[in-house]
Design a protein around this ligand. Sequence first.
Ligand code: ATP
Length: 206
Amino acid sequence: MELVVDKLAVARGGVTLLEGVSFALAPGRALILRGPNGVGKTTLLRTLAGLQPAVAGRVSAPPESLTYAAHADGLKAVLTVEENLGFWAAIHGVGGVGDAMARMNLLDLRDRRAANLSAGQKRRLGLARLLVTGRPIWVLDEPTVSLDVASVALFAGVVRGHLAQGGMALIATHIDLGLDEAAVLDLAPFKARVTVGSGGFDEAFA
Ligand SMILES: Nc1ncnc2c1ncn2[C@@H]1O[C@H](COP(=O)(O)OP(=O)(O)OP(=O)(O)O)[C@@H](O)[C@H]1O
């Protein structure tokens, strides 16, 4: 299965931010999304993940083939690391909790409640969740926020492993993940022309 995005237009707060976004992502490939703050990276990823409707265009992949990881990691504060991953594994009907903890360096923290993890540890747990979804297309919004250098490298290795198994990844990031094999899509050329007075507060003062 390939992810094909065709002439997609996305909006936030009633303002169209991006228009005519088209790309194809084959199994085993990653695409890095770049563009200045506010251009619409998060909005595009949320639209692809089915969390909000598109203004126009088509997405070939069904929502259940994607998993989205963003700033709110969806962690259950009172559950331990292992219980959190067990919860998501049960929802998706897959196993692999031990493997996910090992790959994101969480084994020593398996019995700690999510509420008591540091910011970077929470992030590692949020990313370990990807491994227990069993979903082929990872849609990641700034996945490395709060991660130290070693954890960024660990995460890049996990993404590589996912790609090697025929998975796909779409990643909005301002930092270099070291995924040299990934293609890069600069969203600035897709920015919609916004007429001042149309309701776009940012654009009116740009
Ligand atoms: N709920 C909302 N209502 C109205 N406008 C919003 C809303 N959420 C975001 N926006 C605006 O939509 C635009 C695009 O936001 P988005 O988060 O998609 O940008 P981004 O490219 O991901 O930026 P960054 O690099 O800062 O994360 C911004 O101008 C933002 O202020």
